[in-house]
Design a protein around this ligand. Sequence first.
Ligand SMILES: [Zn+2]
Length: 474
Amino acid sequence: MTAKPAFELRGVMLDLGRITERRSYYEALLPRLAEWGYNLLHLHLIDDQRCALVFPSRPELATPGAFTPEEMRRFVALAARHGIAVMPEIECLGHAALITSHPRYRHLGEQVDHQWGFNAICPSHPETREIIADLLRDTAAIFPHPVIHVGLDEVEFGKCPRCRRSFGAGSEAWQRFAAHSAWVHGTVRKLGRRPAMWADHVVHEPRIMKNFRRDVLMFNWQYIAEYESPKAALLLDAGFETVACPATVCYGTRIAPNAMNLANLRNTVARSLPQRRRGKGLSGLVNTVWCPWRYLPGAIDYGLALFGHLATAGGEDPRFAERFARGFYGMADGRQAGAALAALFGGGIEQRLHDRTMKGVCREEPFTAEDRRQLALLAGQLGPVLAELRAARRAVRRNRERYGDVIISAEALLAVARYGAAGRRKSAAKGVAALFRRALEAWGRDRHADDSLRFGEGRHGEVQSLLWALRKLR
Ligand SMILES: [Zn+2]
């Protein structure tokens, strides 16, 4: 490759704060990311479910499978040998349920009643600042990366008596958010690092950024198909360097990346190109992959490779899918598999229809005639795609297990569609028990044993996981 990449920063974000995979999973990913054109790995280290790093100052927060500082340093060095920088992210306000559910810190939980279940650690409690400062100091000591991402997304806080006192009874939500953010940014600067943050609150309420120093790197996440460039323009016009973030896997992904996800990847690159500038401006792209309970490991390779290609080339090679099948699966001729992969991930099931089906499976709501019609249509599309994927399997020479995950994902999608189309007649679920066993095996291949089915249910109340769906279909 001789041409200059379209974007200087080409990243992928992995959600270790939801499920922390085995070391070997991340190590094996590094050469692939390099091959696909990435130069940044953004690690979302802590969230409501997991803390993927043993923080020396707060070791009690670490969850099973967490990297020790030494393991993380070794991993960062290994990534560097593949030309990939590793940027850490620590949530510094919301997504803090793991911390606030720990017996030692339960008193720090903020009172919230948000419809999406957002939570916060009370920013007005003096202990909160001590914890955040400790986590950031440990992070700076472990990661050499010049940027520390401080989260600050999806949060609601400020109703508790302590916050009302400390921020003033008349303070507005945006003022409270701006004040806490500015303190976090300052804490990062004192460590000699540059702060980065998610821009959702800022884009929603631009007054927040009024007094921010312009060194804050804004991660502008937008996961709908139509990436809206005016939101990025808002940040750029205010003088912030901005990173555009689509998702291969987000809240709208069911079982495998779908049409919305792929359109989101493509539109983000296409609409970011005119906003790309040198120095301050839109310098980079980060492809986010949220909540590993939504997919089998091999189901994200196509989306990761596609985005790496788009971010590097600035446009799409019409033969990308075929080349991906040849390169990644070692096929002599990638045409058949490439076409099937493009159809599978460019279609898939949309969130509403999948969740509707699951409600039918759970017998909460009967299927309507329209639901059944749409699901029959989907089943009709998926059947031939699965047949093509199976036929091409003989030609796979590399990454066989990852290809197997794609087939299982296609089978699961088809099972869901058939089940719904039949209006939950038992016969539609034939063969699902065997599929469930194979999916469970694929699920556990890279994962620590304790990351079991519970992540797909219970705490989230949504049907997100392949296994959850399959188990219900049995
Ligand atoms: Zn509070």
